[in-house]
Design a protein around this ligand. Sequence first.
Ligand code: S3P
Length: 442
Amino acid sequence: MGESKVLRVQPTGESLQGRATVPGDKSLSHRAVLLGMLAEGQTKIRGWLAAGDTEATLSACRALGVSIERDRDRDEIRLQGGALREPTESLDLRNAGTGFRLLAGILAGQDFASTLDGSAQLRRRPMARIIQPLHTMGANIHALGDVAPLKIRPARLHGIFYHLPVASAQVKSAVLLAGLFAYGATAVEEPQATRDHTERMLASMGADLVRGQGIVVLQSGQELRPLDLRVPGDFSSAAFPLVAATLLTGSDITLTGVNLNPTRTGLLDALGEMGADLQVSITGEEAGEPVGELRVRSATLQGAELGGALIPRMIDEIPLLMVAATQAVGETRLREAAELRVKESDRLAVMAAALQQMGAVLEEREDGFVMSGPQGLRGAQLNCHDDHRIAMSLAIAGMLAEGDTTLLGAECTNDSFPGFASLMSGLGAGMQEATGPESEAT
Ligand code: S3P
């Protein structure tokens, strides 16, 4: 457990300017160590995201007998993949839902027992969505009330054809990773396209994987080649300065080295439709992922109707979109996003309540929200609910408000974006982190 922090945000009244590179992609950082440990030989990862969630996954890999070397000078992690061994203790994934669910898929197919656990926050998140398909594959998993901890015993798995009831990349990945250890092929069909990092990374490691018409088919008994990659910047982190620069008049910033995988960049489409001034240029590729630059200049946004296939492509950016919607001219309506209620917090409820505390008027719906703008916000003292994306979205709201905003429990920003406040300050935002008695009020 790290120290409790408060984040103070002052509206500078000024625009954002400059260039910045956000830390490595969280989804790719989890996958690089989890898949790397399954490949015989040495995997090399540069630019790995050293954050709360990913460190939890890395510790779990170490507890499974993987030897890991960290070369801080070269910003490189080297891990020796191959055979895993039975962990001596329960694996604590803390707040890392991705690490937890992907590892469950891997562990279901091992010939040793293991227990997967996490923080109080992770223990509230639904796990039936992975337990059920893994059971169908023959896994032996016990979980009281279908939540963590999960007790996994050795089992012989067989491939299945699985139609995902919810559009979830974590569930798709858990089933595919279990499929690596199953007899026969495993196929997953998704109702809508979700982030496809697992598929791209497996393909870059030489796996026999066929994709088409919303279906992925993976053959079993694959020999994976070790990885050698540089993790590009996380689009979900880039989204915070991107939205702030859009909303603060006169801003002009460039974010470099960002992962621009189209299954992640739905926010660009949503903001583009709302009138944002965004220039996207692809500059290269890393482990099958397009990487590029984003230039963002301020613009007046118009309200929009958002839903459907766009939602999974911007699922983590919706709290931030709610902030943008307060400043858009006219009505913004978002639907089909009930999944937000089972993230690190109930993100629809928490964002609606926090924005209301800042003076916004909006209607929270079961699967989204409706709001009309532009609306003035006022600074407030707000709780981050141990949810990194809530904390950072509210920090952006604080930049637009009249008066100062204090975010309690802001240490959770470290789960995905260490250095958030200093990166934002470097672009011109007024943000300071502090530890103090106030921070205990969470
Ligand atoms: C992730 C998938 C998404 C996303 C999460 C990361 C991943 O979750 O919200 O932050 O890396 O696979 P779901 O699969 O539950 O939608």
